[in-house]
Design a binder for this molecule. Structure first.
Ligand code: PEP
Length: 213
């Protein structure tokens, strides 16, 4: 139910061996295709090799700081899935886009780019992360988050299938903490969380995980 975004440093094998089977590990980036030389990038094959089952794609920092566009992110998703690496597909609007009434346009455009590249939705989790809420302490209200989650689920229903709409997990990310998780988790279309800062605080992270039934 919960995804924590803390970094694993040091010895990967040691970390992996100390995890129970209920905990899966995600990378925060992957290259778009096979092979290379693409110095500094990490390939899906490398992730598979070390037993890393997931990758986060389309995070706002990759989109807005590194400059990855919708199509590039969609292709990364397709290649990761083709190698059996599951995808946490991030979408979300900037503050100015929300203020201009473009939240749904932006989220649906980002959804379409993923959908154009994805045929198997069973291995995809969608993370709605309003950019203005990430790392800012300004969490979306449960109503704001629910409104977008419901719209994204409806988008899946219309554009993919009713089955995919009901079975795909849509998680929320953006300043989730131990104090605000319970109200967010009560909302019908919020299926879990992508947690940054609060995942560094063990007891708070446990509270967040346990808030999602
Ligand atoms: C994030 O980095 O994706 C994130 C959601 O961070 P935070 O929980 O700190 O806002």
């Amino acid at each position: 139910a919960g995804s924590g975004k803390f970094f694993v440093g040091g010895n990967w094998k040691c970390v992996k061996n100390s995890l129970t089977g209920r905990i899966e590990v995600s990378a925060q980036n992957v290259w778009i295709g096979k092979g290379g030389a693409y110095t500094g990038e990490i390939s899906a094959e490398q992730l598979v090799d070390i037993g890393c089952q997931w990758v986060i794609l389309g995070h706002s920092e990759r989109r807005h700081i590194i400059g990855e566009n919708d199509e590039f992110i969609g292709k990364k998703a397709a290649y990761a899935l083709s190698q059996n690496v599951k995808v946490i597909a991030c979408i979300g609007e900037l503050l100015e886009e929300r203020e201009a009434g473009k939240t749904f346009d932006v989220c649906f455009r980002q959804m379409k780019a993923f959908a154009d590249s994805i045929s198997n939705w069973a291995d995809v989790v969608i993370a709605y992360e309003p950019v203005w809420a990430i790392g800012t302490g300004k969490v979306a209200t449960p109503e704001q988050a629910q409104e977008v989650h419901a719209a994204v689920r409806n988008w899946l229903k219309t554009n993919i299938s009713p089955d995919v709409a009901s079975s795909t997990r849509i998680i929320y990310g953006g300043s989730v903490n131990a104090a605000n998780c319970a109200e967010l988790a009560k909302k019908e279309d919020i299926d879990g969380f992508l947690v940054g800062g609060a995942s560094l605080k063990g007891p708070d992270f446990a509270t967040i995980i346990n808030s999602v039934t």
